[in-house]
Design a protein around this ligand. Structure first.
Ligand code: ZN
Ligand code: ZN
Length: 227
């Protein structure tokens, strides 16, 4: 670590306590000569804490280690909960650290993305294959946003719409079980939104005829409906 980064992170314990940081860095050596972060909780030098943990582990006799393993085997669920609680704490610490080092993290993540572009592409392809409906929905919502349509809808919204329309086309009442188009009642091109309230399910034929025409006009001409 360079000196300038050290300076950036330099804080007193008081400061670390008020800004809720798990660690702080004073730049001063601990009583045993380490220059390292200190734990906000108790002011202890991190290198000292690491040394202490290692020494403690080696100080355990073989017998006491076996005792511990036996306890874990007898109390699997308790031990699992303990590990989970540690993991939560660890996640919190990592999250907090990320917030405190946002710029550094973002730069590192961007670099990682750039270095793993192919891998990510392959992962995404696999996900799309396993989640065809969700992937299609993502594309639709993105297209709508590009056309200036506010809002988005989910697969559940479509399910609700389907049962509200009793599985029939909103115009001609054709059964929609096998094929259906999600239609914007007021087209996006005429300022309609992409929220569920502006959606209806149509059969491909009706949707084709309606395409880009004024919905009121269309409904009146085709069906004589007063909307
Ligand atoms: Zn130390
Ligand atoms: Zn229809």
């Amino acid at each position: 670590m360079t000196k300038s980064t050290f300076k950036l992170d330099m804080r007193s314990r008081k400061e670390a306590l008020t800004s809720n940081r798990p660690l702080y860095f004073t730049g001063k050596a601990c009583p045993r000569g380490h220059i390292d972060y200190r734990r906000t909780q108790n002011g202890e030098c991190c290198q000292c804490a690491r040394d202490r943990a290692v020494a403690k582990y080696y100080s355990f006799s073989e017998e006491s280690k076996q005792k511990t393993y036996a306890w874990r085997a007898r109390n699997r669920e308790k031990y699992r909960q303990y590990l989970l609680s540690r993991r939560e704490r660890q996640t919190l610490l990592v999250k907090r650290w990320r917030l405190n080092n946002l710029e550094k993290c973002r730069a590192r993540e961007a670099k990682y993305r750039a270095n793993n572009r192919e891998l990510r592409k392959a992962q995404h392809k696999r996900w799309r294959k396993a989640n065809v409906d969700k992937a299609r929905l993502q594309v639709r919502n993105r297209q709508a946003r590009r056309k200036g349509g506010k809002g988005k809808y989910t697969l559940d919204d479509i399910k609700r719409l389907f049962s509200a329309q009793k599985g029939m086309c909103a115009y001609c009442r054709t059964d929609l079980t096998t094929r259906r188009h999600v239609d914007h009642i007021i087209p996006l091109s005429r300022g309609g939104t992409n929220y569920p309230a502006n959606l209806q399910l149509l059969c491909p034929q009706c949707n084709g005829r309606k395409h880009a025409r004024d919905p009121m006009d269309f409904a009146r001409k085709e069906f004589g409906l007063l909307l």
